[in-house]
Ligand binder design. Structure first.
Ligand code: PEP
Length: 249
């Protein structure tokens, strides 16, 4: 069965509640006919509003982070149960901004991914190499290390429930998009690594993320091992994001 294209909008720390509702109202009529999975990842403060506005549509809502524990003395954090209570369906884990700016470790991710799955939240796990690692020929080594560590606590049978986003750090927010060859090779490699751990290889969805724009989306999304996109900058504008959803076919 072909994999349904998966297009996710990572708003990062952008959009107030008012701006989020304006976006959703503008987006929904533009994507009304799509059969693709469309996911919006607002900041925590706008989750409830986006959930409310998308009821009755196929749009899913994801958080951008969560803590692995159910509750406790973790000031500033939210748990999987708190997200599920809002009808949030997915969560981005391991975004490179969280790894680089907030010290998110592979050890924490090894606990977060199973915690999300246990709560029926779809994890969107981000992995990707730095520019220095790519230049040094270590892309595959970095990807394998992250995947093995972050997915260590997930049973083989559950691995295909994790959406993996290949996000080369050098391409995020830089305007430097990976070439189709680079994106295809890395996404195929990810499918192989997770497949070898027991995932249903053909069901696993692997996204590309890094400066995807309406003009570059179609070529990337047509690649055999690229099943969708995680979009940052271009997902702040409903017209651009709708164009990327449409480019996925
Ligand atoms: C991201 O934030 O995951 C991302 C890919 O950002 P951008 O599209 O702006 O590079």
């Amino acid at each position: 069965m072909p994999r349904t294209p998966y297009i996710a909008a990572n708003w990062k720390m952008n959009k107030t509640v008012a701006e989020a509702s304006e976006f959703v109202d503008a987006l929904l009529p533009r994507i009304a006919a799509t059969q693709n999975d469309v996911v919006i990842c607002p900041p925590f403060t706008a989750l409830a509003e986006v959930v409310q506005r998308r009821y009755g549509t196929a749009v899913k809502v994801a958080a951008q982070n969560m803590h692995e524990e159910d509750s406790g003395a973790f000031t500033g954090e939210v748990s999987a149960a708190m997200l599920v209570e809002l009808d949030v369906e997915a969560v981005i884990l391991g975004h490179s901004e969280r790894r680089q700016l907030f010290g998110e470790s592979d050890e924490a991710l090894a606990r977060k991914v199973p915690a999300a799955l246990a709560a029926d939240l779809e994890p969107i796990l981000c992995v990707g190499e730095s520019e220095a690692a790519r230049d040094g020929g270590q892309t595959e080594e970095v990807l394998e290390r992250q995947l093995q560590a972050d997915l260590a606590g997930v049973d083989g049978a559950d691995l295909a429930k994790v959406v993996i986003a290949y996000e080369p750090i050098w391409a995020i927010g830089t305007g430097k998009v990976a070439t189709p060859k680079q994106a295809q090779e890395a996404c195929a490699y990810i499918r192989d690594v997770v497949g070898m751990r027991g995932a249903a290889r053909d069901e696993l969805r692997v996204l590309y993320g890094g400066s995807v724009k309406p003009g570059s989306a179609a070529e990337l999304l047509a690649l055999p091992d690229v099943d969708g996109a995680l979009v940052g900058g271009a997902a702040l504008d409903p017209e651009d994001f709708a164009a990327i959803v449409e480019a996925a076919g």
